[in-house]
Ligand binder design. Structure first.
Ligand code: SF4
Length: 322
């Protein structure tokens, strides 16, 4: 990206003015508190904004400070995370909170390089927190920003070149706003499949305007059928705890998986995880030959349930919460 200094200034001004008028009023943009920004950034990893909105406010009500998060039991954290998926993020959040309280008296490091040493904080997240909370002039390059930059530059770029371009255009006096402006542009205008170029504030700087970009192949999706049983008595239901050493969702609670017998399905639903689309059948059984534990239904809300278990229990009318 070869821009003269006046062009760079113009680019910054144009983008920031657009952001000032068009940004979505997201709750984590209300202040510069590193704790709140950190929680939002971790929640937003691989998760849509709409899904995070409700969870974010609830999470902060339950864990309003770093100290409260560090002293919480990991199970109550996982219960609050339920439905967001990628539970390793919650464990990392908990681990990092404990490190910050134990080793730094609850004070966040202020640079991206120090933040990136904490569990669950990669290069992008570290730069996002450092720029938004502490105004460190570092570019934060997430998937949205990478797409915007590739389209603006218009040629196949190595990651290092993208980073150089991001460094060049970054507004050093307002790095947090500038990073968020580029992300916002990617999330609302420079969309993955159909960029809204006529509405784009920086179309004058863009060499592709959405044309001729290199399409990335989508990973092939697999299809799988799976059956779960609902076994309940008056106030209890049988659940199974996943192995704590399991690679996926360790220690979370789910419904017992069973073989499907023809004609027994109570209801079915669809559920997608990374590259697999599941058709989930749910059957009601009077008992279970082995495994599982009777759990009081009144305690389900406090239990770290898998997202799928929560979804099934909601459709079955057993729980109300999201
Ligand atoms: S002009 Fe189109 S392709 Fe270029 S940055 Fe704007 S929305 Fe994206």
């Amino acid at each position: 990206m070869q821009l003269t200094q006046p062009e760079v200034n113009d680019f910054r001004r144009t983008l920031l003015a657009w952001y000032g008028e068009n940004q979505r009023p997201l709750p984590w943009r209300r202040d510069r508190d590193p704790y709140r920004i950190w929680v939002s950034e971790i929640m937003l990893q691989q998760t849509r904004v709409a899904a995070v909105l409700y969870r974010y406010e609830r999470f902060l009500e339950r864990f309003p400070s770093l100290e409260r998060l560090a002293s919480a039991r990991v199970n109550s954290l996982l219960a609050e995370w339920s439905g967001l998926g990628y539970y390793r993020r919650a464990r990392h959040l908990h681990g990092a909170a404990r490190i910050l309280v134990r080793e730094r008296q609850g004070v966040f490091p202020q640079t991206a390089s120090e933040l990136a040493r904490l569990p669950g904080i990669g290069a992008y997240t570290a730069a996002a927190i450092a720029s938004m909370a502490f105004a460190e002039p570092v570019p934060a390059i997430d998937g949205n920003v990478e797409r915007v930059l590739r389209r603006i530059i218009g040629k196949r770029q190595r990651r290092r070149d993208l980073r150089d371009a991001a460094e060049q255009i970054l507004d050093r006096s307002r790095p947090g706003d500038f990073n968020q402006a580029l992300m916002e542009l990617g999330a609302t205008v420079c969309l993955p499949s159909r960029p809204r170029c006529p509405a784009c504030p920086i179309r004058g700087f863009c060499s592709t305007r959405g044309c001729g970009e290199l399409r990335q192949l989508k990973p092939r999706r697999r299809k799988r059928n799976i059956t779960y049983a609902i076994v309940q008595r008056q106030h209890e239901i049988i659940l199974v705890k996943r192995d704590p050493g399991s690679r996926l969702l360790p220690g979370m609670w789910e419904l017992p998986e069973v073989d499907n017998e023809k004609g027994k399905t109570w209801f079915s639903l669809r559920h997608s995880i990374t590259t697999t689309d599941f058709t989930v059948y749910v059957v009601r059984l009077a008992g279970l030959p082995g495994g599982g534990r009777w759990i009081k239904m009144s305690s389900l809300d406090m239990l770290p349930l898998t997202g799928l278990a929560r979804k099934i229990l909601r459709v079955a009318g057993i729980i109300q919460s999201l």
